[in-house]
Each structure stands twice: as structure tokens, then as C-alpha cells.
Design a protein. Structure first.
Lengths: 279, 568
């Protein structure tokens, strides 16, 4: 099945593009120390704010650091934050969704009202408020994004569980005396993975954007560590003069987010039997 | 340190207030604005000389909006920048920083140096036509020292033992003992109208948003979050200013301000070094229409140690860090050469600055030796020094100010080279002050002081000034310095006083409770349509004669459009 899924995704040119983008970004991030021409933190006040050239493909920033090197190292931060944050939110989402969907009753009501409450708070401002109370750092950013974006997954998992528990194979298994844990982990969860995967991939895109936004506002990754949002902030004061400081991180964020979104959409089409458009 | 100053001071001051930033704002305002064609005809007009004439509107921009225009309550530069145009003081500094009368015609200091008697100019009037008398000044003094007012400037005036207004033109104050900064303090207190404020709560009065003063301008309109408009006060006690209207637009982001400057929607703004030294010179169309001004400010940027935290209580550690920081690199790299390496906390070149003191040179070897002496060694070979098994690691906090953040990054790298691990955190101004500075919850800060013209720095460095909210938040406590600061306040002979402050600066440098990073220049761009500006700026600063600035009629904006150069 895995192979056919893979083929299905690659059959769609858009999701193929997304897949390739994500692979490239991951490769660049992993190989960053090998391919960066300069140390990303190497300050050289003699070459402040130089435009792109053969020495510095993406120019230099306000402290004479090589933007390309900072971009490559920044990609690690963006991807790490994206993956860990989504890992956290997905884990919470699955847990709460499974409990709500399987046990129903007042637990379900409680969890779903909690979801409603969380969803009614604009998440970006909630995150801003929480970060303002904590020390801004990568770890806090990952945790906070994770803790504030599990609601979608919870709803999805619950919905899947609600419908799956009515299905014959689950009923049969229960009649044969299967315990809750066995039902949940061997029957219900594996069968609801499809929407979870899709929403996680799309969630990574959101988390990457969120991290960039927080770093842009000075509440995310702290100097001198490079992240795309940080580089963008440095560039905003000189957006008309040192365009390379805004353009490259902006493009990087755009392309990565686009990549995740295309891949997510492609996965959904490939996995969802109801959307018959894909082959 | 009070920083009241002159008209348009907000141009000259880099406001420390952090700015909320919205990318969309930048993007929106950067697109779709065709740049003005600078025809040679217009340039000729700009560069011609014109006779002084009155009229026109000057538009500038401010980062923060004042909380109110009673500056003794607001205690912020945004407020005093506007209110200085509306209210008068007893005394002011002239072009060369000598005191002269503003409301006062003359003043006399008694033989025992304890009593100052001011004689007011005759026929002073408030903008509403009521007479301005010594009763207003006495009332203002009562207001500023009143505990209910809670003015941050109260301490200077609380030293007055007795204040009297025996007749409408006479106001006298008597101090417990001679107080050298007294005259300076009276050049800082904006006089408020008693007849409008008596019996009111200064914190809640509508007057703060609808003031009546006596100076060159009166408030015309205040649109919150947008602008504050002033117009000429026709009954000004000091004569008439040339420019009819002053508009201060509130633009909380300096890049947005710069876009407005380029689009000719504001006439002036303060610049950072990169805009001053790189961006404007690289753009001929800006160079043609903007005049750039640079003046050494009365202030400096520093790195300060929390002396109550270990190991910064050890002078060897403080000195080591001082030696390990390359200040010239910060001046060159962050301030693009627009700064001066200093060794005393006074403006270089003034009498108070001790010319014999030399800044700590960049000497990492000496720094390492001092750290070793203080007991720091690298035992585990990770490149970071340890003492008692704990690595030497601390956090530098600063407010969200680009130059300070960059300075901190340079310091971080230099300190790493001598084996100190530094983390950096830039914090939004309000929480920076309330959560870290007032509570003393920090290791090391990078901050700046902007200073008044009097050399008295009792409120910053005297050991008695360490309560939360007071200025000696690094906890500096040196009996010798305490004594010198006390003496300096009592000594009225300028030469003896100078010696006291030279000695203070020497002891202070030796003690190294702070590391001077740079005394920076105030950098300002003003549209060339504004004439009558002194260049180079006199000691009193660019804005000292701004009431005499004028905008010749052919260069004024047309009244209707916002975006026209002029009807050329």
C-alpha cells in the first residue's frame, strides 16, 4: 500500500512539486554545515549590507554576516519548529480525539467544549500572549505552538472514531471481547490515520509560518541564532535599500509553506477514496 | 536625568520605545507611490536663499504617542517634545548653553547661595488672555513636589525648603543648603496655569489633552493614534515663531517613517546610522531634497553590570570584560563610525568631561589574565571558563533597539573569545522596564543614558538611589563616589565643580561598573524646504532656534494635496 500511495502522490504534478520542494529543503537543512560558504555567525563589520555577489550569493546583513549561510542554518530552525510543534499538537489531538470519540458521554462533551473554547481564541494572539510570559526561545516556541494548535486534529480523530465505532468490523471485534485498548490501537487508530497525516502535513506549513511570525516580532528564536523570521526582521528596516534581506527569507518561507501545502493536498487526494479525481 | 529640551526635540531623540511592527504596513505603503520628479526647476527653487518669512506647516513624525501633555506627570520624551512648544519655563539655555531668562527677566542668587530670586518679565499672558504671574509658578512648584502628583522629577524641587511669591512679578526659592543644579532644574520645569488647574487631579484632568500654555504654539487638535497639531500662539510671551503650524504624526515604526519621508509626507525624522551613512547617500533623489544634520548627543550607550549578582561584584571581572570588548569595532560596525569612544559619563569636549581619562583598550590577553586572577579557569576544555564548577555564563538584556542588539551580538562574540558564554535577549520597552529593570532581575544590560546639561548624576550613581523605579538600578555603591556626587551638588564655583566631576569620572572608570560603548551622534534629516537651521549645530543642539526656522512660500506644500511637492 505504501508504494501505491507514493505513486499516487507523485502522479499528481502539484503534489510531486511539493514533495520535491520539501525533500530539497530537508536536504539543504541537513547538509547546511557542509555547504555553507561561511560561518553563519561570523561577523565582519567591513562588509555590512552588501548586495548579492559571487562572494555572497544572497548578500550580507547589518553585521556583515553571509545571508546564504544564515538562510541555510535558519532552515534547520524552521523545519525543526515545524516538525516538533506539529508532533506535539498531533499527539495531543489524537489522544483527546480518541478519548472523546471512543468513550463519548460527558467526556466527549467536555473535550469538545474545550476545543470550542480554544478555537474561539485567535491562536496567534494566544501564542503571543503566552510567549510574552515565557522566555522567548526555540523550545518554548515549539511547545507553545504545539499546545495551541491541537484542536483541528482532535475534531478529526473524534469524527473518525465516531463513525468507525459503528462499523461492522469494530462491532465484531467488540463482540469477540476485544478490550478498549485493543480496539483503539489496532482497529480505530490505524483506520483514521489518513486525515491525521494530511492535517499534520498542512499543520507543519502553519507552524513554519507561525515561527517566522514570532521571530519576526522578536518573540521567537533569539539573536544571534538565525531563523528565517529573524533575518526578515533585520531586513525590514532597509526593505527599500537592502532588498536581499527581505526577499530571500520571504521566498524561503513562501516556498516551504507552499511545498507542505501542495504535499498535504496531494496526500489528501491520494488517500481519500471519496475524492475520486486522482487516479 | 531630565531631558527636557528644545522645540522639536523629538526629531533628535531616538525614542527607545519599542515599535509594534506590521509587515503589511510596510508593504502597503511601499507600493503604488510614484516618486516625485525632482525637476531641475524645483531643485533650483529648493537651493535658492529666501528671506525669512512666516507661514507654512512643518510636519514631523514621532515614534510614541504622549500619554498627556503635562510633562511632569507623563515623564516621557514623547510628551515633553510636544509640551515644550506649549509651555514656558523660568529659564532656558541659549545657543552656547549659557542660562538665560525665559519667563524670568533676571534672577539673583543670594550671598549664602541658598536663595534664588526670579524677577518675571512684565505683562506675561496665557494663551487664553489671563495674566501669567508668580502665583502660577508657585502653584506649579507645589504641584511638582506634591506626593499625589508622583512626578519622577520631584526630587530636584523637593530640596526647596521655602518658595514664595511676594508680588506678581517675584518668585523666590530657598534651599536647605546650596544646591548647584538648582538653576538647571528651573530650566526644566514647565510652568502650568493655576487658574485652570487649581483643585483638579493632574492625573485625570482634561487639561492634559487640551492644554493652555504661553509658549510659541498652542494645541490645535489631537487625533489619537494619528497626529497632534499645533498652531502659532498669537499671544506668545516670547514673540512669534515663523512657522504657522507644527504637525507631529504618530508613526510607531521607523521604516514606515522613512517611507513617509521619502514620499515627502513628513519633513523631518531622526535617522539611524545606516540610513544616514548608507541609504540616503546612495540615493541621489533623496540627497537632493533632504539636508542631513549630525550633532553629538548628550548621552551614551553602555553595558551595565548588576553589581548585586556574582561575579560582577568583583572589580577584576568587570575590568576583564571591559578589556575584552572592542569598542571601536562597535562604533565602526554598528554606528558606522558615527560615535565616539568615551571614558567619562559626559559629552566629550565639554568642561565636565575629563580629558585625561583614556578608555579601556581592547586587550583580550589582559582580560584573560584578570579572569584567571579572579578564579576563572577552563577545567573541562569546552572553551568556557568555570569557577567553583559553574561555567561563566550570563544573559545580556536590552530593549528592542537595533543598534543595541547589534552591539550585544558583537560583545557576545568578543566575550566568547575570552571564555565567557553570553546569551542575548531583546525585550519590548515596557516589560523591559517593569519586569527586569525595576525588579533588578537581570545580569547585564545594554542601555543608554540621555543626560541633562548639568553634570549632577546623583540620581544615577548615588548609592541612595536604588529603590525600584530609581535610576541606580545596577546597584552601584561606592562611598568615594557618593561623597563626590554630594560635594558636586553643593559646589557652585564652576572650576571647583569641574574638578569634583573629573575626579568622579576617574574613580568611576577605575571601578568599571559600566562599560562605555559609544557616545553616539544624533542624526537628523530635514527637508530642504525648511530654512534657517544652524549647521553645524551649536552646543545647544539643532533645534535651539526652531522658532526661527521658516518655510519660504514657493516651497510650501499645497494646502489641499498631501503628496505634492509644490505647485511647480
Amino acid at each position: 500500500m505504501n508504494k501505491s500511495l507514493f505513486k499516487k502522490v507523485l502522479a499528481n504534478p502539484l503534489s510531486k512539486a511539493g514533495f520535491i520542494i520539501i525533500i530539497c529543503v530537508f536536504l539543504l537543512a541537513m547538509l547546511a554545515p557542509l555547504i555553507t560558504p561561511y560561518d553563519p555567525d561570523d561577523i565582519n563589520v567591513k562588509v555590512i549590507l552588501l548586495g548579492p555577489s559571487w562572494q555572497h550569493w544572497m548578500g550580507t546583513d547589518g553585521l556583515g554576516r553571509d545571508v546564504l549561510s544564515r538562510m541555510l542554518f535558519g532552515s534547520r530552525i524552521s523545519l525543526l519548529v515545524g516538525l516538533v510543534a506539529v508532533g506535539i499538537s498531533t499527539a495531543i489531538g489524537i489522544l483527546l480525539g480518541a478519548i472523546a470519540g471512543y468513550y463519548r458521554g460527558w467526556v466527549d462533551t467536555f473535550i469538545m467544549r474545550l476545543v470550542d473554547v480554544m478555537l474561539s481564541i485567535p491562536s496567534f494572539f494566544l501564542i503571543l500572549a503566552v510567549i510574552a510570559f515565557l522566555t522567548p526561545s526555540i523550545i518554548n516556541v515549539m511547545i507553545v505552538i504545539g499546545l495551541t494548535s491541537w484542536m483541528g486534529v482532535t475534531r478529526l480523530v473524534r469524527a473518525e472514531f465516531l463513525s468507525l465505532t459503528e462499523r461492522e468490523f469494530v462491532q465484531a471485534s467488540r463482540t469477540l471481547g476485544a478490550k478498549d485498548a485493543r480496539l483503539i490501537f489496532t482497529h480505530l487508530l490505524p483506520n483514521s490515520l489518513t486525515p491525521i497525516i494530511v492535517s499534520s502535513v498542512l499543520g507543519v506549513a502553519g507552524a513554519v509560518l507561525m515561527e517566522s511570525g514570532l521571530s519576526f516580532l522578536g518573540l521567537g528564536v533569539q539573536a544571534p541564532q538565525a531563523s528565517w523570521g529573524n533575518i526578515l526582521t533585520d531586513g525590514k528596516d532597509y526593505i527599500q535599500f537592502a532588498w536581499w534581506l527581505s526577499l530571500f527569507p520571504g521566498l524561503a518561507i513562501l516556498i516551504t509553506v507552499l511545498g507542505y501545502n501542495l504535499l498535504g493536498e496531494g496526500l489528501r487526494d491520494a488517500l481519500d477514496p471519496r475524492s475520486g479525481s486522482s487516479k | 536625568m531630565i531631558n527636557f529640551a528644545f522645540l522639536n526635540n523629538n526629531l533628535l531623540k531616538r525614542n527607545a520605545k519599542a515599535s509594534g511592527v506590521f509587515l503589511c504596513l510596510i508593504v502597503l505603503s511601499s507600493c503604488g507611490k510614484p516618486s516625485q520628479d525632482l525637476t531641475s526647476e524645483y531643485l533650483n527653487k529648493l537651493n535658492k536663499t529666501y528671506p525669512s518669512q512666516s507661514g507654512g506647516t512643518l510636519i514631523d513624525a514621532m515614534i510614541g504617542e504622549p500619554s498627556g501633555l503635562i510633562s511632569m506627570i507623563a515623564g516621557e520624551s514623547a510628551s515633553s517634545a510636544i509640551s515644550a512648544n506649549i509651555f514656558n519655563k523660568l529659564l532656558k539655555y541659549d545657543k552656547n548653553l549659557d542660562l538665560e531668562g525665559e519667563l524670568a527677566e533676571s534672577w539673583q542668587v543670594s550671598a549664602d547661595q541658598k536663595t534664588i530670586t526670579f524677577k518675571l518679565k512684565p505683562n506675561l499672558k496665557w494663551a487664553d488672555g489671563k495674566p501669567l504671574t508668580s502665583a502660577d509658578i508657585l502653584w506649579t512648584w507645589h504641584a511638582v513636589i506634591d506626593e499625589k502628583t508622583g512626578s519622577p522629577y520631584a526630587s530636584d524641587y523637593q530640596l526647596v525648603k521655602k518658595a514664595e511669591a511676594p508680588d506678581p512679578l517675584t518668585f523666590s526659592v530657598t534651599y536647605q543648603q546650596a544646591y548647584a543644579p538648582a538653576l538647571d532644574s528651573w530650566s526644566g520645569l514647565q510652568i502650568l496655569p493655576k487658574h485652570l488647574l487649581e483643585g483638579q487631579d493632574l492625573h485625570t484632568t482634561a487639561f492634559a489633552h487640551n492644554p493652555v500654555g504661553s509658549n510659541y504654539y498652542k494645541l490645535d487638535g489631537w487625533t489619537h493614534g494619528e497626529n497632534i497639531k499645533l498652531s502659532r500662539n498669537l499671544s506668545s510671551v516670547l514673540g512669534q515663531a515663523k512657522i504657522d503650524h507644527l504637525v507631529s504624526r504618530i508613526i510607531p515604526d521607523s521604516s514606515a517613517q522613512f517611507l513617509e519621508l521619502m514620499a515627502d509626507n513628513i519633513d523631518s525624522m531622526s535617522l539611524d546610522p545606516i540610513k544616514y551613512a548608507r541609504i540616503i547617500p546612495s540615493r541621489p533623489e533623496l540627497q537632493k531634497k533632504l539636508a542631513l544634520y549630525k550633532e553629538l548627543g548628550n548621552g551614551y550607550t553602555y553595558l551595565g553590570f548588576n553589581l548585586k549578582h556574582k561575579p560582577f561584584d568583583d572589580v577584576r571581572v568587570r575590568k576583564a570584560i571591559n578589556y575584552a570588548i572592542d569598542k571601536q569595532e562597535i562604533i565602526d560596525g554598528v554606528y558606522l563610525g558615527l560615535g565616539i569612544n568615551i571614558a567619562s559619563p559626559y559629552k566629550p569636549g565639554t568642561r565636565w568631561s575629563n580629558p585625561n581619562l583614556k578608555p579601556y583598550p581592547y586587550d583580550p590577553a589582559k582580560a584573560k589574565a584578570l579572569l584567571k586572577e579572579a578564579g576563572f579557569t577552563d577545567n573541562n576544555g569546552d572553551g568556557i571558563l568555570e569557577r567553583d564548577g559553574k561555567p561563566f555564563s550570563f544573559e545580556i538584556i536590552t530593549n528592542q533597539n537595533k543598534e543595541r542588539e547589534k552591539s550585544a551580538v558583537l560583545i557576545q562574540r568578543r566575550l566568547k573569545e575570552v571564555g565567557i558564554d553570553v546569551k542575548i535577549r531583546a525585550i519590548e520597552w515596557a516589560s523591559f522596564i517593569s519586569r527586569f529593570i525595576k525588579t533588578g532581575d537581570f545580569d547585564v544590560v545594554v542601555l543608554g543614558w540621555s543626560l541633562s546639561l548639568d553634570p549632577d548624576q546623583y540620581s544615577i550613581w548615588h548609592s541612595s538611589q536604588q529603590a525600584p523605579g530609581q535610576f541606580n538600578f545596577i546597584g552601584y555603591n561606592n562611598p568615594t563616589v557618593d561623597k563626590l556626587l554630594e560635594q558636586g551638588r553643593l559646589e557652585l564655583n564652576p572650576d571647583k565643580r569641574m574638578k569634583i566631576y573629573h575626579e568622579f569620572a576617574r574613580v568611576f572608570l577605575e571601578d568599571s561598573p559600566i562599560v562605555y560603548l559609544s557616545a553616539g551622534y544624533g542624526l537628523t534629516a530635514i527637508h530642504k524646504r525648511v530654512k534657517g537651521i544652524d549647521n553645524p549645530a551649536p552646543p545647544a543642539g539643532l533645534g535651539w532656534n526652531s522658532y526661527d526656522w521658516y518655510i519660504p512660500e514657493p516651497l510650501r506644500r499645497s494646502e489641499t494635496g498631501r503628496n505634492e511637492m509644490s505647485a511647480n
